[in-house]
Design a binder for this molecule. Sequence first.
Ligand code: ZN
Length: 438
Amino acid sequence: MNNKHKVITKIFAVVLTAVCILSCSANANADTTVATPSTPEPAEIQLGDVNHDGRVDSYDALLTLRQSVGFNEIEKDYLNYADFDGDNRITSSDALLILRKSVGLDGSFIKCTEILNVSCGDRLNVLNFHAQIVPEEKNTGVTFTYTPGDSISTDGSGCKVLETTNTGKIKAFHPGKGTVYITSSNGLTASCKVNVSDDTTHQTVTVGNNTLSVTKHMMLNNEAYDETDDFTQLKGIVVHSTATPGAKADVWYRAWNKPGTDAAVHSFLDDEGVYQYLPLEQTAWHAGQPANKYYLDFEICEPSGFYYSGNQLMDYNVNDQQEYFNKIWKNATVYTAYLCKTYGLTESDVISHAEAAKLGIGTNHGDPDHWFILHNKTMDDFRKDVRELLKNNNISITEPRIIKSAPNASGSADFFAENPDVTPFDMFKVWGNESLRY
Ligand SMILES: [Zn+2]
């Protein structure tokens, strides 16, 4: 036995004695062997009885503690009985739980995720999903409440790190570390540490035989990110195009991820995939009111090689642009089908910004119909293709994978400085009416 092990064993012996004294003095008549709701079958081995002598006692706790620091004294076949909290590891917390059980304390506890690593913008029901009482039979009728503890911003911004709803949902805002306290209606407590990171993540959407790349990185410095509320009701999707030749999806991250910018859309889409910059759960400023309040949106990036004079596309060569158009058409219909499936919408809930204007629910824009028509496509064609895609049984998305490159890291970061002739007019010129934003 080395010194470290000696010290741990000594400390444990002291704790054990203290718990025994406290327990015995608090309830002199307590059964200090095992509290069980009914008489067990003699042959039934209880969780915590790591030496299989028919009792859960302090010796089992000590064996478990020693196992956790490297002694292999528990027989291989009995190791499962030492993993009291069922996390597939034998640790000092298993030993403590076994000790509590040995002195007649209720052996039940809240099992939850100890450390959650999430990304800014995430909405997770994970606490609600994971918190449960062990053993399982003690769960009946138990409810949980969730209280956020102090959190520390780790990017120097001092911004809000996370919120927790009473149903156990986590809303992650800015990089930082926080704690969520969990209390069960039968008086047990636990805590969960939450790390929020400003990650760029990548996912792949599959719709039938089609795949689509989805890159996510929240625009933390855009004012809409902190100001808009989550949707109370989702009625559909508004499809836009940027009317900004050559500015692909990554360009907008740098252009809009800064204080003083409050125009914001959920996603930009180009020939390479989708770049999501706002949580899909919260409202954005893309089409005016009341559309902003009830509709998700994405902007399709228009290609380079032409320019605008007012609302007119000049020098636009349809043949040269057909290949790019085919790619964005595929990406946009696949993305729309995925969003419809995810949010319980159908193709008839999908409208263009121009249609939103005609319906009187959005600002007076003509996108993207004004561009689609040059390639002999209409929004009805778009909805028809989405309907076909929705017939696929396999519509799915992969788990997020953290990638290193931020969307603003590519070569076109300073696009508007390098292309002074290009004005992002669909975004800035007409979006000046503050009353229409959120
Ligand atoms: Zn628009």
